[in-house]
Design a protein around this ligand. Structure first.
Ligand code: UGA
Length: 435
């Protein structure tokens, strides 16, 4: 099939490359010329495992091109809209200007029978509104909403072999389902479940999934707060309740909490939309989910202060990890970068490192001292903070690190180290929700 993908950020670039991998003829379109130039030379403008290889092979096949010229969407029959919906500067609501602009830009290039497919995460009601915009253009094209559930770090796998496919389609638009079945033929043949529904349900599935995941993380972090007050161990608690298949152990890792470009802004946009709909009470618990999450960052700063003796000023603090999670260079709403900034603002000398996110961090916060390796970061440190659980940090040797620091004090912000091993090597070991 001939496919266009409008918006080549995390979502769109991966989607475009994966669609080409599946055998479709794909044009990726973005208004950002620098991004398109990088993608066209086979380099993703962000770190995502497996994506460089996929881009190279898709472009070599001739099935994938990138352009800033929206008119090249003409001729494709399925047009994915994969632009960002960030949080508005002055409220919790989502900023829909990029989605609106993408659909408007596509309109002159649509032909009868074309399908515009929204993939961006939008407030419920957006698809119905945009379906009217497409219908009013008189092109004969229609619109579907097909939310995306990919995780950064696993984006290629999640796109090629998703857990499920959700199609929100307009009334009596049988051709939309057929077109999407064509796009996803290989996943469907592999047994991926498919839910065909209306626009509102499809939009809600996406935000409900992210709200559930955020709630699960904040639930265990709330238990961590209680554990801290009682001397209990939240990691053992998570293991024990996680054995119950109804609860499950995944997404029960207590620590510094969630960040990134999705969970935080999606729960806030969901609350804002619920308020508009007059059902804000239904989602008032999400306000607490957000608060619990943000309190973990304060707790981390408190623990750092404690382990250096009560005053951060002039102390060397090694920060290991800046990305919002491992295998990503994304620092949007990153708990790790947020903590690093707070410590610097409190007068600490922050020496920060991350395997992939130093450059993205520097762009957001140029004032920290960024270094390339953990060894450089910990040299002379009064305290070491592990804030993103990259594999190389989880595997650090307490003796080897101990030989480099000024004082053997570590705060494990992700509960990913073995306390006995670190304490055994003479370290003061502190963690969130653990004695
Ligand atoms: C999230 C969802 O997991 C995807 O399904 C969704 O498609 C995506 O948002 C999106 O809306 O586009 P992602 O933002 O890549 O994916 O990250 P997650 O793997 O969900 O992690 C989010 C945050 O939660 C990270 O900061 C991570 O460190 C934290 N986390 C995760 C915990 O603190 N504890 C856990 O047990 C799990």
């Amino acid at each position: 099939m001939r496919v266009s993908v409008v918006g080549c950020g995390y979502l769109g670039a991966v989607h475009a490359a994966c669609m080409a991998e599946l055998g479709h003829e794909v044009v990726g379109i973005d208004v950002d010329a620098a991004k398109i130039e990088m993608l066209a030379s086979g380099k993703p403008p962000f770190f995502e495992p497996g994506l460089p290889e996929l881009l190279t092979s898709a472009m070599a096949s001739g099935r994938l091109t990138f352009t800033t010229d929206i008119s090249e969407a003409a001729g494709a029959t399925v047009h994915f809209v994969a632009v960002g919906t960030p949080q508005l500067g002055d409220s919790n609501a989502a900023d829909l200007r990029y989605v609106d602009a993408a659909v408007d830009a596509l309109l002159p290039h649509l032909a009868a029978g074309d399908l515009v497919v929204g993939k961006s995460t939008v407030p419920v009601g957006t698809a119905a509104r945009l379906a009217d915009v497409v219908a009013a253009s008189g092109s004969g094209a229609t619109l579907a909403w097909n939310p995306e559930f990919l995780r950064e770090g696993f984006a290629v796998k999640d796109t090629l072999t998703p857990d499920r496919l959700v199609y929100g389609i307009g009334q009596d638009d049988a051709s939309a389902e057929a077109a999407l079945d064509g796009v996803y033929a290989s996943a469907l043949a592999g047994g991926t479940p498919k839910v065909v529904t209306d626009y509102a349900t499809a939009e809600l599935v996406k935000v409900a999934a992210n709200a559930f995941l955020a709630t699960k993380i904040s639930f265990i972090n709330a238990m961590a707060e209680v554990a801290e007050a009682t001397g209990a161990d939240v990691t053992q608690l998570a293991d024990a309740i996680g054995y119950d298949a109804r609860i499950g152990r995944r997404f029960l890792n207590a620590g510094l909490g969630f960040g990134g470009g999705c969970l935080p802004k999606d729960i806030r946009a969901f609350m804002a939309r619920a308020e508009e709909l007059g059902v804000d009470q239904a989602l008032s618990f999400l306000r607490e989910v957000d608060s619990i999450n943000l309190r973990r960052r304060e707790r981390m700063v408190d623990l750092a202060t404690e382990v250096v003796g009560g005053d951060l000023r002039g102390k060397n603090i090694a920060v290991l990890g800046l990305a919002f999670k491992p295998d990503s260079d994304d620092v949007r709403d990153s708990p790790a970068l947020d903590v690093a900034i707070r410590l610097a603002e409190l007068g600490a000398h922050v020496i920060a490192t991350d395997p992939e996110a130093v450059e993205t961090s520097r762009r957001r916060y140029p004032d920290a001292d960024y270094v390339t390796t953990a060894e450089e970061a910990v040299k002379g440190a009064d305290a070491v903070l592990l804030l993103t659980e990259w594999k190389q940090y989880r595997e650090l040797d307490p003796e080897a690190v101990g030989a480099l620091v000024e004082r053997r004090a570590i705060v494990d912000g992700r509960n990913c180290l073995d306390p006995a091993a670190w304490r055994g090597a003479g370290w003061t070991y502190r963690a969130l929700g653990r004695p």
